[in-house]
Design a binder for this molecule. Sequence first.
Ligand SMILES: NC(=O)C1=CN([C@@H]2O[C@H](COP(=O)(O)OP(=O)(O)OC[C@H]3O[C@@H](n4cnc5c(N)ncnc54)[C@H](OP(=O)(O)O)[C@@H]3O)[C@@H](O)[C@H]2O)C=CC1
Ligand SMILES: O=C(O)CCC(=O)C(=O)O
Length: 525
Amino acid sequence: MTLSSDNLIGGERVPGAGTPWRAVEAASGAALEPAFASATAEQAERACRHAEEAFDAYRETALTARAEFLEAIARNILDLGDDLVTRCMAETGLPRPRIEGERGRTIGQLRMFAEVVRRGTFLGARIDPALPERKPLPRPDLRLRQVAVGPVVVFGASNFPLAFSVAGGDTASALAAGCPVIVKAHPAHPGTSALVGGAIQRAVAECGLPAGVFALLFDDGIAIGQQLAADPRVAAIGFTGSRRGGTALMHTAAERAVPIPVYAEMSSINPVVLFPAALANRGAEIGRAFVASLTLGSGQFCTNPGLVLAVEGPGLDAFLAAAAEALPGVAAATMLTPGIHKAYCAGVAALEANPAVTRVAQGQTGSAHQGQPALFATSAAAFLGDHRLAEEVFGAASLVVRCADAAELRAVLDSLEGQLTAALHMDEADHGQARALLPLLERRVGRILVNGFGTGVEVGHAMVHGGPYPATSDGRTTSVGSLAIDRFLRPVCYQDLPDALLPAALAEANPLGVPRSVDGGPAGA
Ligand SMILES: NC(=O)C1=CN([C@@H]2O[C@H](COP(=O)(O)OP(=O)(O)OC[C@H]3O[C@@H](n4cnc5c(N)ncnc54)[C@H](OP(=O)(O)O)[C@@H]3O)[C@@H](O)[C@H]2O)C=CC1
Ligand SMILES: O=C(O)CCC(=O)C(=O)O
């Protein structure tokens, strides 16, 4: 399969301009063909214009047609076959099972959103029928539905080249909502992005949709992303990446003449709380499971367990001893980009240099592009006195905080910024202590899980992959699961519109057969 390096705009392949750049093979640092050229400002402008032109027609597509479009994207991605897998492996250094698994997740996610669209629940149709005889004032006929917000810009993530990238959760949920999508490809995997972008562009044509429904733009700098974020036709942004990148986009979006929402998933250290009974009963077992989660995918997950909290005692000692025994057996693994590798090494070096921190164990050393796993420990007092210890080290490094008692452990949790997840390791005898922490955890995190680790987010209807700032820019939302569609919808109320003028979802006969509430309850109740 020939790999095109063109931008995809308005149904066409459009070569970029300027100095060519190439993807880097993660394992060797060698340049990969073909050369990519960044989109021009005019091309980004054109993508926005096409998206705006496509918006009204696309947002009113029949629900079945939109669902079939999402399914066609899934099918076309699968049809890319091994070309997609091998290119993705080369660009990211991630192993085949991971890429194949991520492809399955991406396809499953698109199909889940197809089902969400078919059901029509996301339209949130509500009817308060007119009460003309009501005293002292009659009530008008009120009907509400959710409508798509407008063109959405998606920034592909470096660490999930499929599931959080060109056809990932942000794109799938925005398309499901009825929003055209413009993707700014991540320069760490442009070939993967080109292949997946082509699959979406083909699906647009096969389904007879307006060509502006999808665009893919390449850039190895921030100019195109900033331009897109500032474009008045763009209505919302989806982003997964660094805190610096996410907050820069938040600022751009807030400073526009018409500010728009940015849904950025950024940094998280995902506290793991080890309760006393669980530690006493199976501290060593938890230590081994923790090392497996810490080092999965070279730790390059925003859900990676970067902080462990426990009260001092023999159980914690057993946990640390088991982790210290397991970690040296773990090989160093290729990291996604030289930049991410460098940032990881700098984060580990800062922990090494901190006099209040001791190194518990290290994994094996590797090549110049591989990250060496590392586990550190510190006291609660030191952690509370040094905010740098709470910063994310993106990769397979974690910090154990030894607490004198439950009150100190609570104080450490209370000091944390917003997080994606908190993992609690507990046995039945720990329930009382865990219950006491739940209200605090609810304030800090998006997902609380028991006897597991946060890596490997399930794509479903009850999933929350979000959390208070800086885990995300808007803690009211999730970027994974069917609720992610709500980010790209807004409610419109129709008051006293004649039936003939109402959108089909709200017409009296309910021709779409979508679920609707009447007077706040189920229709017909
Ligand atoms: N929490 C998480 O899930 C993740 C966190 N990270 C963190 O991010 C670090 C860097 O990784 P990376 O994936 O490159 O993340 P970045 O946030 O640096 O980049 C993500 C995307 O946003 C773009 N971007 C970055 N800054 C801006 C800006 N100011 N204006 C417009 N666009 C911008 C990038 O463009 P370009 O690259 O072309 O400059 C890229 O397309 C990692 O070391 C890690 O700490 C990374 C991945 C996931
Ligand atoms: O753990 C996962 O499955 C998802 C992690 C994630 O969203 C990320 O690393 O950006």
